[in-house]
Design a protein around this ligand. Sequence first.
Ligand code: SAH
Length: 225
Amino acid sequence: MKAQDKHPHVRGFGMASARSRARLIERLRSLGIEDESVLAAMGRVQRHQFVDEAMTSRAYDDTALPIGYGQTISQPYIVAQMTRLLIADGVPDNVLEIGTGSGYQGAVLAELIANVYTVERIEPLYQRVRRRFVELGYRNVRARLAREDVLGLPDYGPFDAILVTAGAETLPTSLYEQMADGARMVVPVGASGNQHLIVVHRDGDQFSQETLDAVSFVPLIEQRD
Ligand code: SAH
């Protein structure tokens, strides 16, 4: 059974969604996303499966949309940009996403990367995504509920790449120990209204960083010990 057959509200939306997705991919291209593997991955993931029924018709707009609990599914352009940055030096074997949200970014990563872990702190979002990944047949993305005491998933690392999809006030250096040698991390950093994407590279014990595009993410809730 195809995934969409299990969702009566999107039955009949299949063809329309394929056309809308193709238009979205053309938009990403026109905005300067050139990585064909990223464009192809985003062409395969059905974003309408990751939003509420009421949002189905807007699922392929290039905008963030509410997913409940004060959180949002990220704008497709930002998903494309972050994914591109994450694989720019070669495709990592394993990746950690912090901030599962709707599961959409995790699904895009799962199209490209063999082993994907994604962690979420809001339990109902986590539960919903677990069901969604099973229904949609994603086997290489593992959703986990965040621990209260620590950021990330120290028990499963180190990771070749880390993607943080919530905005940190300051660079979350506590994640450095979850980065394997040669790993990179893509993370939005800065006070609300002044956030930028930062890419951190690990080379042995050296960590270097580049600051890129201005972005706007919901806050990363930093656990304290
Ligand atoms: N990547 C998501 C969008 C993320 S919205 C998508 O594709 O839909 C940011 C998410 O990060 C929210 O769901 C929020 O609850 C979660 N979050 C914030 N702080 C977190 C933390 N410390 N650990 C895990 N998840 C966190």
